[in-house]
Design a protein around this ligand. Structure first.
Ligand code: FAD
Length: 430
């Protein structure tokens, strides 16, 4: 008999909760990764994240080959792949780490039923967060919807136990010894290799100055660790203990924001596709397609907005301050449904995380759980004065800024502000 350890968004051998428990179990462990057609079929053929995953899978395979084992890699719909795996291997137990997104929950619920019908136990573990689901609740046992009190309790509960690494290495001899297993080609799955640069996991040098620098997009003051947290190439326990060691409270609170939004998505999955505050779905969005295209391409004539969108298009990343500005601009200045912007970010961001992206967009649109009040409309010019006063960031991404070639503003600020206040007020009054 063998145990399968199923990798999903936890692509590392070190400090991996479910892998640790699998290796400590009775049976030899065969690790598995499925390139899921249900997810891949929705992506562009040059999606850079697929290249990142592919390269990570290649290096995991190499690590496992060095241990005399291998990674079983499949391509297809998990519901079709699993019965085949059960034909090839005498599987007794399946171990995996929990994933809180709506699609993942449905997939895992189905998997649980299927494996149970085959008399196989499906064991899931908390790995991608310090605190999940119901671990941080209000006194009345309902979930927090406001970050500050949530974070207070999150910090109070945090101790060494929760950040301790799982010592997987100690049990590496429990991997199944196997001959070399095949790896489907990236091309065979319909993808091209992307040439985008992926950020390295090297962030501890940023933590000292993080609080002072994080809001200025011209400085390289943030860690770019989002992609690695998304795919689990670093463990959250490691990141949180590094934050504690560096005494970087601000950075620690950013990691808690990530979990806060994951907790919100777990408790309120409808808010992945609908406004958290339901009356915001009554807003009459203008949804002008030409204006949307100008925003996507970074041609709105608002330099800070255009710089951000071009940074996103060229690198797959955008600075947080600028994400807030462009999101506010789309939903408020242009009155375009926040879901359009959310979807565009989902396509382009290397660090795309459904919970944080939906959370960030709803915050900006005013429809979210812990949102700025709707009548607070970001002024792009004032944001520039405060956070890019010498136009360094803008000039980097918009070289024609200040010349005749640069686009005229797509809408006038005061007019747009009054328009959005009127439309929001009408929708929220009904
Ligand atoms: P750092 O500033 O170094 O922070 C470290 C980590 O903390 C981040 O990688 C991330 O995991 C977490 N974090 C930081 N800020 C936030 C935040 N406000 N909310 C949740 N987690 C946070 N973050 C994503 O990870 N994925 C997204 O798809 C995403 N979409 C966003 C959309 C909008 C409209 C807005 C306003 C914010 C969004 N964010 C998203 C949050 C934030 O902008 C990014 O996490 C951050 O810019 C990533 O850069 P970094 O890795 O250098 O972060």
């Amino acid at each position: 008999p063998v145990s399968i350890f199923w990798f999903r968004r936890d692509l590392r051998l070190q400090d991996n909760a479910a892998l640790y428990h699998a290796l400590k179990g009775k049976n030899p462990v065969l690790p598995l990764f499925i390139f899921d057609k249900n997810i891949l079929d929705k992506l562009a053929h040059n999606d850079a994240r697929v290249t990142f995953i592919y390269q990570t899978i290649e290096s995991l395979k190499k690590e496992l080959r060095n241990l005399g084992s291998d990674l079983l890699v499949k391509y297809g719909n998990p519901e079709e792949v699993w019965p085949k795996i059960l034909q090839d291997y005498p599987v007794k137990e399946v171990y995996t780490n929990r994933d809180y997104e709506p699609y993942a929950r449905e997939r895992d619920d189905n998997m649980f039923e299927f494996l149970r019908s085959e008399k196989i136990t499906f064991k899931t573990f908390k790995d991608q967060v310090i605190f999940e689901k119901d671990e941080i609740l209000k006194a009345d046992k309902t979930p927090y919807t406001v970050f500050t009190p949530y974070y207070k309790q999150w910090q109070a509960k945090l101790n060494d136990f929760y950040v301790k690494a799982y010592p997987t290495k100690r049990y590496f001899k429990s991997f199944l010894t196997t001959k070399q297993l095949p790896l489907p080609g990236l091309k065979d799955m319909g993808f091209e290799k992307s040439n985008l640069q992926f950020p390295k996991i090297s962030y501890t040098d940023k933590l000292d100055e993080y609080a002072a620098q994080r809001d200025f997009p011209a400085l390289n003051g943030t860690t770019h660790i989002g992609l690695h947290l998304r795919f689990g190439t670093i463990s959250i326990r490691k990141a949180v203990s590094d934050a504690i060691d560096a005494k970087s409270n601000v950075w620690l609170s950013e990691l808690a924001w990530r979990e806060f939004y994951m907790m919100i998505l777990w408790h309120f999955p409808y808010a992945a596709f609908n406004s958290f505050k339901k009356q915001y779905d009554k807003i009459k969005w203008r949804n002008n397609e030409n204006e949307f295209r100008a925003w996507c391409e970074g041609n709105t004539g608002y330099p800070i907005v255009d710089a951000g969108m071009r940074q996103l298009n060229q690198t797959g990343w955008m600075h947080n301050r600028v994400r807030m500005v462009v999101a506010s601009f789309l939903s408020k200045h242009l009155l375009i449904d926040w879901r359009w912007g959310e979807a565009y970010f989902a396509e382009k961001l290397l660090d795309y995380e459904m919970a944080s992206n939906v959370g960030g967009w709803q915050w900006a649109a005013g429809s979210g759980n812990d949102a700025a009040p709707y009548f607070r409309v970001f002024n792009p010019e004032l944001q520039t004065k405060r956070f890019d006063p010498k136009f360094e960031y803008i000039k980097k991404w918009v070289p024609e800024f200040g010349t005749k070639k640069y686009a005229q503003p797509i809408v006038e600020h005061t007019f747009a502000r009054e328009r959005v206040l009127k439309v929001f007020k009408e929708a929220l009054a009904t």
